[in-house]
Design a binder for this molecule. Structure first.
Ligand SMILES: Nc1ncnc2c1ncn2[C@@H]1O[C@H](COP(=O)(O)OP(=O)(O)O)[C@@H](O)[C@H]1O
Ligand SMILES: [Mg+2]
Length: 361
């Protein structure tokens, strides 16, 4: 069995390791010359939308998946019928456009922050009247790690926001003074079996995920979030792992966005769950029975951004995942996971490690 993966970054690498554990081969398409996943299998070096490379991948693999959500849907049409592609293109297309993504969440009755499509400078004023300030302007497409976003705090910011982002289709969103952020990761197999991981609490700094911890004591939030993920998985006839990000405010949940792929806020599942999100993604797309999503203790994950300090290489307890990327400010180079017996112990370890590794970012 060979799995074709579009994208060979760290998510592709961790999928590749999980595939190896299950006894499967992997093959990738990626434009970079030595991407992180090249340690797991052959990489066809090509742009993600190159039909020749995608056809070569589909013709030599039993199933196709992707590690990032900006694979052009049109490019996938070139390989339609050559091999099954999971998650389905419809889910990919919803998640690629923040407007259609939010409209989908709204249509399913999942609560989310108020939003307004922005097609002209005048729409900014209309949105501000409707949503109030601050509000956040986001590009509808291609944003990640907080990129393509502008927080409009007062009237002076309107022109600056328009100048920096106005050449692209935009969305304005109510600013949520959240208490904290969570995510809920679910997986659905070809046969429709569903498994959901315990929610994790996530901290972002400058729009980039810094830490995740799971499980949380908040049973009701966990159940509600799982229900939303369940709804999304079923509605989209989804196959694979899906991650839903949510804000928690006054014990209520507001959905932020979903990703049709394995997710950074689920990296703790490698050590912290009976079955990792990577293994379960593969099980789902190969229509194997899903593995248990039960937690093994309290897991905490710290992203290593911009630099992997030497001290972390000898840190115990915990496990270092070094993606093998060259250092660059703001770049996710690896992550470090700890497992503890109690939430308090986990918190202490995560805070200590986060302070020691991310002082300068
Ligand atoms: N409406 C909002 N209110 C408050 N914070 C927000 C809002 N939208 C985004 N953020 C902050 O920015 C982070 C990144 O935004 P997000 O919409 O998830 O985009 P990305 O695709 O870059 O992850 C969020 O995790 C959150 O911390
Ligand atoms: Mg996000």
């Amino acid at each position: 069995m060979r799995i074709g993966i579009i994208g060979a970054g760290q998510l592709g690498q961790m999928l590749g390791f999980a595939a190896g554990k299950l006894g499967f081969e992997v093959r990738f398409v990626d434009p970079s010359s030595k991407p992180p996943a090249s340690v797991c299998g052959k990489v066809i070096q090509s742009p993600f939308d190159d039909p020749v490379a995608l056809i070569a991948l589909a013709e030599t693999c039993d199933v196709i998946t992707y590690e990032f959500e900006n694979v052009p849907v049109a490019a996938l049409q070139h390989i339609d019928g050559l091999a099954p592609i999971y998650p389905p293109a419809e889910a990919l297309s919803f998640s690629q456009d923040r407007l259609t993504e939010k409209q989908l969440l709204e249509s399913l009755g999942i609560p989310l922050p108020a939003f307004h499509a922005i097609n002209s400078r005048a729409d900014l004023d209309i949105a501000a009247r409707e949503l109030g300030l601050p509000m956040v302007i986001k590009t509808r497409r291609l944003g990640y790690d907080g990129k393509g976003q502008f927080v409009v705090k007062n009237n002076d910011d309107f022109d600056i926001a328009w100048e920096s982002l106005g050449d692209k289709p935009l969305i304005a969103e109510q600013w949520v003074a959240f208490d904290y952020e969570i995510s809920c990761i679910g997986v659905r197999s070809v046969s429709g079996e569903i498994a959901i991981y315990p929610i994790s609490r996530n901290v972002h700094v400058d729009g980039i995920l810094r830490t995740s911890r799971s499980p949380l004591a908040e049973e009701r939030l966990s159940e509600t979030a799982s229900g939303y993920v369940h709804q999304l998985l079923d509605h989209l006839n989804y196959v694979g792992v899906l991650a839903l990000e949510l804000f928690v405010i006054n014990d209520q949940l507001l959905a932020n966005e979903f990703a049709p792929r394995v997710h950074n806020s689920g990296h703790w599942t490698i050590e912290g769950s009976a079955t990792s999100q990577f293994e379960n993604h593969l099980r789902a797309i190969l229509d194997m029975p899903l593995g248990s999503t039960a937690s093994r203790g309290h897991a905490g994950m710290v992203n290593l951004i911009g630099d992997i300090p030497d001290a972390i290489r000898t840190q115990t307890p915990g496990v270092l995942h070094d993606y093998g990327k060259s250092p660059r400010p703001g770049r996710k180079l690896g992550h470090f996971t700890v497992i503890a017996d109690t939430a308090a112990e986990c918190d202490e370890l995560v805070d200590k490690i986060d302070k020691s590794v991310n002082q300068s970012t």
